[in-house]
Design a protein around this ligand. Structure first.
Ligand code: DGT
Ligand code: CA
Ligand code: CA
Ligand code: ZN
Length: 585
């Protein structure tokens, strides 16, 4: 059975193949958009198909719906098989290399019969590409560099790695006087869980100042390779393999540039359509008046924008938070009934999931409580692992009781500086049973139930395990519901329609685990859960005091999922939270 991700991959490859064939833009873009939509879809295609209406999905029309149905039924797509017979898959890989693209890939294939990256590398190193039309030694070297870079890269970087790297660069460049504005753009600003490359923008009053900034950038200590060094754009590869693009531009165009390079591509395409309908062409520089044929009127005044808000306003739109810019309804909302008031880090009053030295954490209850006070938390829950999780030093019932006594002592000592609740992160065992009996669970303030083992079980088993936990009246929260790890572990295969229905019925909350290797629930699932009325919690799952600083990743993910503070139980005042914990009594 093909998964959403596999179907998205096939559509993306088809899009590239159509581009290689020279098909018109809207044809290959429709496959690309469908691939992007499916990748972020918060439901299984097979579940939606079973209800009979794949065309209800954004960017999926009748033609694509039929193709999805064919793949779901047969595991194959005839159209794709035919394309593969026509276009070697190696040519698609060539096209995806930095600095190659469809035209050059086609050129190498047509002129030199090169059909894969290996052959391309051999030809480039033998100097055979430079002689081709439109090529040259410089572009040949770029291709060699791109192949080398690809071999070193391990795919997309987790946000938890790319964001700190980007923040360090921003801190360094901010020291330069000529830097008037600096911001991280691209997929980091939109809080995608994985990042292709880092995009940083700098505004200057005078472009003559660019040289100094670019020099500082390419000479940073952690640069492994300089991939480009120019006045408006430079690119480097860092020692850890992350690629960073830096663009320098005049402050007068800051708004247009920041909007453009924040993306997403899909969001920008729609914003450009809106501009066009108003008689303007929009690019990273300006809004330029166009004539009836869509051609830019040469002597007409171009409009530049120093802020994003001014640009959006000129198009009749409210400023859109970057995390929403994926063309999933945000443009319509910014025009119509309004964008949601997204949750912020300041809304967080508590952290409901953390570990101490009782199980696999690195600090005591007291030290975790003090660290939480430092971060402004009003209450926390200590949730060490349960008895069957041996590798994490899970707590026997006796040790769980001892933990409760220790929490009481810490509460006595710290008084009203913070309230520490007694909880557990209890395993949902492989057979679906819960790791502590009900009479023990009844004594705890707060119970998380999580999947940690037998994650490869088939869909029905996994789903039943989750449902069993959700239905237990003592269980308050399902921890990291998909048990995914970025990038290496795929989400468990669960029927999330059933999970969500049960969570709503039993008023069991679902977690957005803020650790950047988890970010689980993902934004799209969190959005769907919140729309259904399910409560969420955003927790760090800290195993060390410093892990409590990871909360912002959870907030970014929640914002990407259109989440408001009201949905999130750890934004509630202590009394409301405590009352909610007793809702089934
Ligand atoms: P990534 O790097 O794969 O994680 O994703 P992004 O979104 O950071 O993509 P990137 O680095 O290729 O480009 C940054 C933004 O610049 C992107 O979100 C939208 C804009 N952009 C780049 N190239 C194009 C383009 O050809 N057309 C349009 N409309 N926008 C583009
Ligand atoms: Ca990027
Ligand atoms: Ca980029
Ligand atoms: Zn945990």
């Amino acid at each position: 059975m093909l998964s959403n991700r596999e179907i998205a991959d096939i559509f993306e490859t088809i899009s590239d193949m159509l581009q290689l064939k020279g098909e018109v833009v809207h044809r290959y873009l429709s496959y690309r958009r469908a691939a992007e939509t499916i990748r972020e879809l918060p439901r299984d295609l097979r579940a939606i198909a079973a209800e009979g209406d794949l065309t209800a999905i954004d960017n999926i029309g009748r033609t694509l719906a039929d193709k999805i149905e064919e793949m779901l039924a047969s595991g194959e797509l005839q159209f794709y098989e035919k394309l593969k017979a026509e276009i070697p898959e190696g040519v698609v890989e060539m096209m995806r290399l930095n600095g190659v693209g469809p035209k050059k890939a086609r050129l190498f294939w047509d002129e030199l019969d090169i059909t894969d990256v290996n052959a391309l590398e051999t030809a480039a190193r033998a100097g055979k590409l430079a002689a081709l039309k439109g090529m040259g030694q410089k572009s040949e070297q770029k291709i060699i560099d791109a192949i080398d870079a690809q071999a070193r890269r391990t795919g997309r970087a987790p946000l938890g790695k790319a964001l700190p790297a980007a923040q360090n660069i921003v801190a360094l460049l901010r020291e330069i006087d000529a830097v008037k504005q600096i911001e991280i753009a691209g997929s980091i600003r939109r809080a995608r869980p994985t990042i292709g490359d880092v995009d940083i923008l700098v505004a200057v009053d005078d472009m003559a100042d660019s040289a100094e900034i670019m020099r500082a950038f390419v000479n940073m200590q952690n640069v492994a390779r300089v991939l480009g060094h120019g006045e408006t754009k430079s690119s480097v590869e860092l020692l850890d393999g992350v690629q960073v693009d830096l663009r320098v531009l005049p402050a007068a165009r800051w708004g247009t540039a920041l909007q453009y390079f924040t993306g997403s591509m899909a969001h920008n395409v729609k914003v450009r359509q809106i501009a066009l309908a108003k008689g303007y062409s929009l690019n990273e520089h300006a809004l330029s008046p166009v004539d009836e044929d869509g051609e830019i009127i040469a002597d007409a005044d171009k409009r530049t924008f120093s802020t994003e808000a001014a640009l959006y306003e000129a198009l009749g739109l409210a400023w859109i938070p970057p995390e929403l810019r994926e063309d999933t309804g945000e443009i319509e909302a910014s025009r119509g009934d309004g964008l949601p008031a997204l949750i912020t880090l300041d809304d967080i009053r508590a952290d409901l999931h953390m570990h101490t030295t009782y199980s696999d954490g690195k600090a005591s209850v007291r030290d975790m409580a003090l660290a939480a006070i430092e971060r402004g938390r009003e209450y926390i829950v200590i949730t060490d692992h349960s008895r069957s999780l041996g590798i994490a030093n899970g707590l026997s019932i006796e040790r769980l009781l001892a933990l409760g006594a220790e929490i009481e002592r810490v509460n006595d000592e710290l008084g009203d500086r913070i309230r520490v609740f007694w909880g557990t992160e209890m395993d949902i065992n492989a057979d679906g049973s819960l790791d502590y009996p009900d009479d023990v669970l009844a004594r705890l303030d707060f119970v998380i139930a999580s999947l940690h083992t037998s994650l490869g079980q088939e869909r029905q088993r996994i789903t039943e395990r989750l449902l069993n936990a959700i239905r237990n009246p003592h269980v308050d929260l399902i921890g990291h519901p998909h048990a995914q790890r970025i990038p290496e572990r795929e989400p468990v295969d669960a029927d999330m329609d059933a999970v969500f229905a049960a969570a709503l019925e039993h008023d069991t909350a679902l977690e957005i685990n803020a650790n950047p290797i988890r970010l689980d629930l993902s934004a799209a699932y969190a959005r769907r859960a919140a729309e259904m009325g399910i409560r969420l919690a955003i927790n760090t799952d800290a195993h060390h005091p410093r892990d409590m600083d990871l909360m912002h990743y959870g907030i970014r993910t929640a914002r990407r999922g259109w989440i408001t503070a009201e949905t999130v139980i750890n934004t509630w005042p202590l009394a409301r939270f405590a009352a909610w914990c007793r809702r089934h009594d």
